[in-house]
Design a protein around this ligand. Structure first.
Ligand code: SAH
Length: 206
């Protein structure tokens, strides 16, 4: 089923062999809690994971991962851990991953899940709007929830030459942006419309 999903993502335009290889490796069914729904794990769709959140669609995970262009050993910050699926893909790409989730139950479940699966990521319960200044700077930052605007903290915490991949827009529909931080500037490119659950500022849930 995973091989079929990889073929589907190729047909839909994903070309990065390392990303496709990571998708082919990570057992997505283990990121869906209710085993009755495991058969949906390799359908190219988002799926509910509790706390009114969703595991991102595989195509979206692949697309963002391709844009992020992670090199082994790079320090990556993810905002919106959710199920941890994107986190696991980043680990497979060889990144040193930090990930922030605002919902404590999701943070706790995912922390255990990733540890059980032997994925070593540094998970934090908190507000991703602020980034993670104690561990900055990061080579790459990926936001996996729809942001109303680009949080300045996330740009500030990038290395020079670093990239931020972030969907920006209102409820239900956002445009994917890739922002490259240069010595003097931030260079922004747009990559089409997507649909994410909202990025919520200042509302960390216990
Ligand atoms: N990468 C995840 C996507 C989950 S959906 C996956 O594939 O499973 C996005 C997640 O972002 C949700 O879990 C939501 O709770 C979280 N989120 C929204 N706003 C946030 C914020 N300000 N800080 C941290 N996490 C946030």
């Amino acid at each position: 089923m995973r091989r079929k999903l990889v073929e589907e993502l190729k047909r839909k335009g994903i070309t990065d062999a390392r990303v496709l290889n990571a998708i082919g490796k990570v057992p997505r069914h283990q990121f869906i809690d209710d085993s009755a729904f495991e058969r949906f794990a390799y359908v190219d769709q988002a799926f509910p994971i509790g706390c009114e959140q969703t595991i991102s669609q595989p195509y979206t995970v692949a697309f963002q991962s391709e844009l992020l262009n992670v090199k082994p050993g790079e320090k990556v910050l993810e905002i919106g851990t959710g199920s941890g699926y994107q986190t696991a893909i980043l680990c497979e790409l060889g990144a040193k991953v930090y990930s922030i989730e605002r919902h404590r139950p999701l943070y706790l479940i995912t922390k255990k899940r990733l540890a059980d699966m032997r994925y070593r990521a540094h998970l934090v319960h908190g507000d991703g709007y602020k980034g993670l200044p104690v561990h900055a700077p990061f080579d790459k930052v990926i936001v996996t929830c729809g942001a109303p605007d680009v949080p300045q903290a996330l740009i500030d915490q990038l290395v020079e030459g670093g990239t931020l991949v972030i969907p920006v827009g209102g409820d239900g529909r956002q445009f994917m942006y890739s922002l490259l931080r240069t010595a003097t500037d931030v260079v922004k490119t747009e990559h089409g419309a997507f649909s994410f659950v909202p990025m919520v500022e200042n509302k960390v849930r216990g």
